[in-house]
Design a protein around this ligand. Sequence first.
Ligand code: NAP
Ligand code: GCO
Length: 266
Amino acid sequence: MSNTQNFCLEGKIALITGASYGIGFAIAKAMSTAGAKIVFNDIKQEFVDKGLAAYKEAGIDAKGYVCDVTDEDAVNAMVATIEKEVGNIDILVNNAGIIKRIPMIEMKASEFRQVIDVDLNAPFIVSKAVIPTMIKMGHGKIINICSMMSEFGRETVSAYASAKGGLKMLTRNIASEYGAYNIQCNGIGPGYIATPQTAPLRERQPDGSRHPFDSFIVAKTPAGRWGDPADLGGPAVFLASEASDFVNGQILYVDGGIQAYIGKQP
Ligand code: NAP
Ligand code: GCO
């Protein structure tokens, strides 16, 4: 019987994909504070090295690996290396992701496929690589970083919304298929978070005024602000811990209330 009051991650190994910076880095920091050993990957050694330096500065002894999450052979090799060098992965956070903001009728099929590949196919690949060992261990936590675009569309993000909508259903399917092995798979749906991915939506205009989308999001969010990556740390620790052992197949939205609010009159 697990201790459902236990938020501690001592003795757990957490793999967070694409976590050299941004949301992945913030989640890794929170999980490290809760006691987890942090392992992460990025596409290039240069980014892994930058990430390692940032973790060291934060006092975190993380392990970093170069791996493109869309490459199944590379992912399988990375997981095998982690299991040999660090230990079995108890917690997987499928965080790596890209977005292309292009009107659908102007988007190349290859661009659409690239977003689907990173944001949906890769979580499938990485989850498939870690689940067998989680089954042997008799426990596991998988957290997929979904999005408000798992629920809503908007102009120019057809590929991203399709991927994140699919990721919501992949989350529910992993929960359904592997819940019997004491593996819980849930999603976190961030609202609008201030990271490099959303920097273009917050750029100051030539006249120094705020980007219209920036003003829109602030007006539409009861919290009256963009999210900070650190806002995601606590929810991630909860879903990675024994405290959520009976939570499965859920998407936990961390959005400052934006989905609940009609928005402030401009
Ligand atoms: P970000 O700043 O763009 O960081 C994305 C990370 O993923 C980077 O480290 C990037 O590495 C890595 N990555 C991209 N493609 C990869 C690949 N093929 N293999 C390995 N790593 C790869 O994004 P973020 O804002 O932190 O977002 C992180 C996750 O949260 C994404 O899944 C995003 O869709 C989701 N999300 C973000 C927001 C938001 O408002 N920011 C809201 C909802 C959901 P490189 O730098 O080397 O490319
Ligand atoms: C966009 C943004 C969003 C956020 C996030 C919202 O262009 O609308 O990038 O997609 O990244 O996914 O939850």
